[in-house]
Structures are given as structure tokens and as C-alpha cells.
Design a protein around this ligand. Structure first.
Ligand code: ADE
Length: 221
């Protein structure tokens, strides 16, 4: 069982995506468990404040360190085996290798902050900082969701009997997937490649390999 704990101010963000398709099946099959922990539950005082104005002035609010760090301590106590990861556009880039690394581990604790500001001192309480790409999201939640999805589909059994994660894009060979076609044979004048109708499995296999190489070369990263 793979555990993901998500520390967030918006636990509702995760409900419907995780109740769809592959994550839903994997969670129901007990291959994975995702627990959302509301950072607000760790705020103190009458107003349960989770943010405050920035020292030095400037626009916007900054997430206070105390509720976030209290939530991290709670998460570490409940699941000491998980690595604590802060989502941040300044972190190391999340890629398929990282997804595989997480999928092999007992679990992860993902800390979602709002991009506009989380007190910098929180960084000292996490094990690593990860970014999902060179663009700015309004918070860590969509990044956490992308990571959870990428990891769940790698768990043995998550894709069902008929498929394996290795056959998909970025399988163990590091290449992008080949193109897929289904009926109709001609769609708006566009034909399915002849080789796929040939019934010649060796030729089909060779064509697919060639396509994977071509696509991977074309898509620079
Ligand atoms: N928070 C805001 N932007 C992000 C990104 N690109 N990756 C991870 N966390 C983020």
C-alpha cells in the first residue's frame, strides 16, 4: 500500500479527481491511500489564522509557518516512513524517474502552499522541494494532484491486467508512446496506417518502435 498524505488548505480540491478512473480503482483496490490533512486544523487562536501580511511590506498574504509546521509534525508522526515534499516552482523538476522513485517508496507527504507566499522558514522542515514544471500555479494543489496521479499509475496492478505502465509513454525505455488508432478505418478522409491492418505482428511491432523513436526525437525536453 502506497500512502500519500496531502497537507492543504483546500482538501476538497482532491475529491473528484481521485474518484475517477485509475486513481479511483487503485484506491478502491487498496493499492494506494490518499489522506488530506487540512492545515487550518493546526492553526491556533480564536480566528484560526493561516496567513498574515508580509514582513517588509508588499501586496498579498503569506502563509504562517506555525500551522504548516504543526501539520508537517503531525504528518511525520502518523506516517514516519514518508518523505516530506514541498511543492514549489523553485524546486527540482518532477519527472518520470522521480515518479518511479516515489512509487517504489512507502509513501510521500505533499505540502501545498499558495505560490504567492509561504513563510520561507517552512523549507527547513521538509525533505525536498519539487516543481511540476517551469510555470507558476496559484497553489501547490494541482502539482500535488499531478504527482499523485503519475505515481499511482506506476503501482503494480494499478492499470489492470491488460496493460502495464512500461508499455505506456515514458515506459522503462524512456520513450514516448507510439500512436494509437481505433475504428473507423477512415475518419474524415484520414486513414489508419496500413501496417496496423496488415495482421503482420512483427511489422506492427517494428512500426511502433520506429514511431516511439520519432516522437521522442521530435519532442525536445
Ligand atoms: N506551486 C506553484 N507553481 C508550482 C509548480 N510549477 N510546481 C510545484 N508547485 C507549484
Amino acid at each position: 500500500m502506497f500512502y500519500a498524505q496531502v497537507l492543504t488548505l483546500f482538501p476538497e480540491f482532491f475529491s473528484s479527481p481521485l474518484a475517477c478512473s485509475i486513481p479511483d480503482r487503485a484506491i478502491k483496490a487498496r493499492l494506494a491511500q490518499v489522506d488530506c490533512i487540512n492545515i487550518r486544523d493546526f492553526s491556533v487562536g480564536k480566528h484560526r489564522r493561516v496567513d498574515d501580511s508580509p514582513y517588509g511590506g508588499g501586496p498579498g498574504m503569506v502563509m504562517k509557518p506555525d500551522p504548516v509546521v504543526a501539520a508537517i509534525r503531525h504528518a511525520r508522526e502518523s506516517r514516519p516512513e514518508t518523505r516530506v515534499v514541498l511543492l514549489s516552482p523553485t524546486g527540482v523538476l518532477f519527472d518520470q524517474a522521480k515518479a518511479r522513485e516515489y512509487a517504489k517508496s512507502p509513501g510521500i507527504t505533499l505540502v501545498c502552499g499558495r505560490y504567492e507566499g509561504i513563510d520561507e522558514r517552512v523549507a527547513e522542515y521538509v525533505d525536498e522541494q519539487v516543481s511540476v514544471g517551469p510555470y507558476v500555479l496559484s497553489g501547490g494543489e494541482p502539482a500535488a494532484l499531478a504527482i499523485i496521479d503519475a505515481v499511482i499509475r506506476l503501482l503494480p496492478g494499478a492499470l489492470g491486467d491488460e496493460r502495464s505502465a512500461e508499455q505506456d509513454s515514458f515506459g522503462e525505455d524512456g520513450l514516448l508512446d507510439y500512436p494509437h488508432y481505433t475504428r473507423p478505418e477512415v475518419f474524415e478522409g484520414k486513414h489508419v496506417p496500413e501496417v496496423l491492418l496488415s495482421g503482420d505482428h512483427a511489422r506492427i511491432e517494428a512500426w511502433r518502435c520506429e514511431q516511439e523513436e520519432k516522437r521522442s526525437k521530435r519532442q525536445k525536453r
